[in-house]
Write a protein that binds this ligand. Structure first.
Ligand SMILES: [Zn+2]
Length: 168
């Protein structure tokens, strides 16, 4: 799913871990649960608007991604202190796969045949596996525009949880 969703999941996990565990378990469990959460959250991505390719000519795609980008970076700035830890590890799988592993694999691939043979991601293989065994029954809405609704519902739900825990 989108970075904003992972960020909010990471923040929620950190809130709960710091509420129910003492040092150093609050930190250790935040790291573990936040990292693990990525697999579950991404496994649900089938029912969200998530086109595998970029559709820059598509106005809807463009506006949605601008909104997501603003929300993602806004949440980093707004919640950075003290929730950088939960947010960082909730995105750990993407940071490794897209920003570290993929560029390395791409550099190593020399010809076209190798390109189709080699997986360009590492942890997301686990996400695919989880999706197959747990969520095979979910419909694939990756190209459906209305599929922004499930993601928005999750984002709003998490925001309500976070705000009620922080301010009330
Ligand atoms: Zn991911």
């Amino acid at each position: 799913m989108e970075m904003i969703t992972h960020n909010l999941v990471g923040i929620s996990i950190q809130i709960l871990c710091f509420k129910y565990f003492t040092f150093p378990f609050n930190i250790i469990l935040t790291i573990l649960f936040a990292f693990a959460s990525h697999f579950i959250v991404d496994a649900f991505a089938k029912i969200t608007y998530h086109t595998p390719e970029r559709l820059e000519g598509d106005k809807f795609w463009l506006i949605w991604h601008v909104i997501i980008l603003i929300l993602s970076f806004g949440s980093w700035i707004f919640f950075f202190i003290p929730f950088w830890l939960g947010m960082l590890f909730a995105n750990g799988v993407d940071i490794w796969d897209w920003w570290i592993f993929r560029p390395i694999v791409k550099k190593r691939i020399k010809n076209e045949k190798e390109k189709t043979d080699k997986k360009e991601y590492f942890f997301h293989v686990g996400v695919d596996y989880l999706r197959k065994i747990l969520f095979f029954w979910l419909p694939n809405w990756n190209y459906k525009r209305y599929a922004i609704i499930p993601e928005l519902v999750v984002i709003c739900g998490l925001l309500i949880f976070i705000i009620t825990h922080l301010y009330f």
